[in-house]
Design a protein around this ligand. Structure first.
Ligand code: E4P
Length: 215
């Protein structure tokens, strides 16, 4: 399973990249707003650091505006920039147009397997089901991911599933067990994945034994 990092914070991207855990990056307008920086400056920094798919989201709500924004964003890296487009009728139109030009789209704000099917049919390279936000309203977000994977397999779609809105290591575990292509993970959850209390206890014991033996 590929790991994307879900952040616009360049220090977090660097730290996860140094551990070999960044196959790609996803950003969104809220994550960029948190940095207090200009989106284009953030994008330049990410592109300089990561050689992999980098999702940059449009803010236009009409297909024409989305396509125009996409053409600007793609200038930051012709092969690594992926255009993130929200799952609406206009978004599907824009996705179809961009896919025809060979520009990859990550269809975002997907909350149902049928929305994912529409995104794949429109030619999206990636689809991002938001599992945490579904859990928040009492649904099991990950079960929808399983259904999306089944539908894509049934019809041979090449669209990759990015498990998004990840809130805990359990989301990552379930994504791996289901065979999701990608998980986009906040930095805090990546760090949680590195930890196990028995690892800490083990290190403490090894060091204590070592120090005793060397006296
Ligand atoms: C995905 O690409 C989104 O940026 C992200 O996963 C949304 O997560 P949230 O629901 O925690 O805001």
């Amino acid at each position: 399973m590929k790991f994307f990092i879900d952040t616009a914070d360049i220090e977090q991207i660097k730290a996860a990249h140094d551990m070999g855990l960044v196959d790609g990056v996803t950003t969104n307008p809220s994550l960029v707003a948190k940095t207090g920086r200009k989106f284009t400056d953030v994008l330049k920094d990410i592109v300089a650091l990561i050689d992999g798919p980098i999702s940059a989201e449009v803010v236009a709500t009409d297909a024409e505006g989305m396509v125009a924004e996409a053409r600007e964003l793609i200038q930051y890296h012709p092969t690594n920039i992926v255009i993130k487009i929200p799952m609406t009728g206009e978004g599907l139109k824009a996705t179809r147009a961009l896919a025809a030009e060979g520009i990859r789209v990550n269809m975002t704000l997907v909350f149902s397997p049928l929305q994912a099917l529409l995104a794949a049919k429109a030619g999206a390279a990636y689809v991002s089901p938001f599992v945490g936000r579904l859990d928040d309203v009492g649904h099991d977000g990950m079960s929808g991911v399983g259904e999306i994977l089944t539908i894509f397999k049934n019809y041979g779609f090449e669209t990759e599933v990015i498990v998004a809105s990840v809130r805990s290591p359990l989301h990552v575990l379930r994504a791996g067990l289901m065979g999701a292509h990608i998980c986009t993970i906040p930095y805090g959850v990546i760090m949680q994945l590195t930890k196990h209390p028995l690892t800490d206890v083990g290190i403490e014991k090894f060091l204590a034994d070592w120090n005793k033996s060397q006296q």
